[in-house]
Design a binder for this molecule. Sequence first.
Ligand code: ZN
Ligand code: ZN
Length: 111
Amino acid sequence: MDTPYDQLLPGVLYRTGLTAADYDEAIQALKDAKTQSDHPSDGCTVCGDSGHQANQCHHNPLLMARRAVMASNVWRCYHCNAVFTNHAEAETHFGKSENEVARCLQRKAAE
Ligand SMILES: [Zn+2]
Ligand SMILES: [Zn+2]
């Protein structure tokens, strides 16, 4: 019998806590993702859905960890709150070294 939708446990990446069972489930998901190359024309080896593969699956722990790293790779100016998502943009605002004054402060000083 299928479990009713509202009683399904969310995937391990979407739960809190870090139990031994959570680690086992994440490790299994990684192992399943690793086998995708042996099944290139099948559905996702992680979640079993068709229409995508393990390298696009939001249950693939490695893929989701990398996305989280990318998402947290941001620079926020604590003077003006501007957010920069790449090094070049950040450098334009903050300068090349810590001795430089942020552009927003230069602008303020000029006013
Ligand atoms: Zn999937
Ligand atoms: Zn600023």
